[in-house]
Design a protein around this ligand. Structure first.
Ligand code: CA
Length: 226
């Protein structure tokens, strides 16, 4: 699955460099250049990780961090800071940041921190996703309907994993395309319908009930038939 990273950085050249480097690594990137737009982007886009500059116009990185944590945001936050006194690092960690990186930093160092923090949260995620009699194991990549084992292709698995991770929540076609196929997917967006059809054929091969529902004009949702 494609991880979505929000970069909040007011130095536009640095923001642009981070965007290019992270996109090159296959991440989807949103950039905000000041504190307030950073905070609203974090709330709206629900990124998997936030790279947050400390000194920002509007709201400081520390303030954003505190506000996000009090409203339940669990995405890992890496603070980018020009300050490197120990007391400042403690302030950042107290505010709810997971990690910090001191400017100037090398791209390699940043990428290593990004990977480490994403890996840690992904491991914390539940290994098994389940909805009614449908079970998906993320590490063995096995899918079962009751006791029946279902063979899926890699993309079918990714699509089902994404939908199952958000039960009863309607995922829009844009969200699905971006998360399962990647931000730079240029093909036909009917690809989602095609894959949903494959998945339904496999999940309902023994006349089981439908669990992937179409929400016309919007997208798809995992829920029981009503
Ligand atoms: Ca700054």
């Amino acid at each position: 699955m494609v991880s979505h990273i929000l970069v909040v950085e007011d130095e536009e050249r640095l923001a642009q460099l981070l965007k290019l480097e992270l996109e090159y690594e296959g991440y989807t990137i949103t950039v905000a250049n000041d504190g307030l737009s950073g905070l609203s982007a974090a709330r709206e886009a629900e990124p998997d990780m936030i790279l947050l500059d400390w000194m920002l116009p509007g709201l400081s990185g520390i303030e954003i961090c505190k506000r996000l944590r009090t409203t339940g945001c669990k995405a890992p936050i890496i603070l980018l800071t020009a300050k490197d006194e120990v007391s400042d690092r403690v302030t950042g960690l107290d505010a709810g940041a997971d990690d910090y990186i001191v400017k100037p930093f090398s791209v390699e160092e940043l990428l290593a921190r990004v990977r480490a923090n994403l890996r840690r949260t992904q491991e914390q995620d539940t290994e098994t996703l389940q909805f009614e009699d449908l079970r998906l194991n993320r590490s063995s990549r096995e899918v079962f309907r009751g006791s029946r084992r279902i063979e899926l292709t890699a993309k079918e698995f990714d699509l089902l994993e994404y939908l199952l991770a958000h039960p009863r929540q309607v995922m829009t076609r844009d969200q699905i395309l971006e998360r399962v196929w990647g931000y730079d997917f240029m093909g036909d967006s009917n690809i989602i319908e095609v894959y949903v059809r494959y998945l339904r054929l496999k999940l309902e091969a023994e006349q089981e009930s439908r669990l992937i529902q179409t929400v016309r004009g919007v997208g798809y949702v995992i829920r029981s038939e009503s």
